[in-house]
Ligand binder design. Sequence first.
Ligand SMILES: Cc1cc2nc3c(=O)[nH]c(=O)nc-3n(C[C@H](O)[C@H](O)[C@H](O)COP(=O)(O)OP(=O)(O)OC[C@H]3O[C@@H](n4cnc5c(N)ncnc54)[C@H](O)[C@@H]3O)c2cc1C
Length: 399
Amino acid sequence: MTAGTVVVGAGLAAAHTISTLRGHGYDAPITLIGEEPELPYERPALSKAYLQGKGGELYVHDAGWYADHDVQLRIGSRAVAIERTARRLVLDPGGLVQYEHLVVATGARPRRLAIPGAQLPEVHTLRTRADSDRLRKVLTRDERLVIIGAGWIGLEVAAAARAAGCSVTVLEYSPLPLQRVLGDRLARYFLDLHLGNGVDLRTGVTVRAIERSGRALTVLVDADRIDADAVVMAVGVEPNADLVADLATDRGTGGIAVDEHLRTADPHIFAAGDVAAAHNTALGRRLRVEHWDNAIRQGTLAASTIAGAGGEYDWHPYFFTDQYDLGMEYVGHGDPGDRVVIRGSLVSGEFIAFWLAGDRMTAAMNVNTWDVNADLRRLVGRDIPVGRLTDPHIPLGEL
Ligand SMILES: Cc1cc2nc3c(=O)[nH]c(=O)nc-3n(C[C@H](O)[C@H](O)[C@H](O)COP(=O)(O)OP(=O)(O)OC[C@H]3O[C@@H](n4cnc5c(N)ncnc54)[C@H](O)[C@@H]3O)c2cc1C
């Protein structure tokens, strides 16, 4: 009997790898190994509704599902090494697990700035349900919160903290928040959104240290000192790629380098989700994407490759965010220097933004405008004259 498939990292990509394998009729053993004391769960709510104390189920499948689908669970175990010749995984605490196919879906971990005070207990990062539970306790005390980093997670936490009544300062090194993703015009839109909701969002600043002062903290930023009860460091993530560091690290992103079928140079080992730097055939280059949709699709693709069902990494990246009363979806991979055109009005808060390189659409973002993302996904990568894009009388489906 084959040793079957071992999935290491019990997150979103892992859950979808397993359900797709069983969906394809794969009947060999499946083992799931995860270091968190949790079954696979969804993370997006951790910086949004869940952080605001609004319940909602996070688990991808309940415990009974794994039993029903004959999945052996090793939850609370960390994989520490791969013995590739013997095709075994070494676990902590204790144990060896044999595999025929190994899917590495270990996600990413938050970075911490290398500044004095970064390790103080009141300095939070946000990746796990436990992190969100800890941070929620801070928010319910109406505290003064300083958030370092105005990326998606930093800004979502800012919105949740304002909803909880905290006073919030966000400190960002770049001249505008989200500038490297959205470019100047839409970055300014997000800046105004947060300023309008009472966030003290300071850009172009450098945080130098965090000091304890009595029971509170002081954040040293350039020549200023900002008092805070807690700090959130939201300065990006590092892929958990150490397990296969000898095999396939992508130099640009630090992710595990895989082909368009998510296979590493070792034909028995695959990577999926936030940890994978995979060759994207729609864009003709390698990408590492840290988004929900990608983890689901890559989990599904890794399983399809193992089950011999085909498929390749040929889709455009997609992500979403919710902040205050703004909800948006973005599809594509625009360059911040691309030209931006708008259908609808920024003032009304309901619009679609298109990023263009020449006439070719590189990305599109629908803001408070719904049921259009499938149309936008179809348009990305195509040449469309600007006049047609911005004309609200031409339905998207007819472009
Ligand atoms: C707070 C937050 C909000 C987000 N919001 C959005 C959003 O609004 N929109 C969006 O598109 N995306 C969002 N994301 C991103 C999305 O959640 C991730 O892209 C997705 O969870 C990645 O899934 P994954 O399976 O690759 O990794 P993960 O979900 O990180 O799972 C990996 C698991 O592997 C475990 N692991 C790591 N190393 C080992 C090891 N050696 N042995 C055993 N287990 C190990 C980790 O502990 C973890 O449990 C958000 C993420 C966070 C943290």
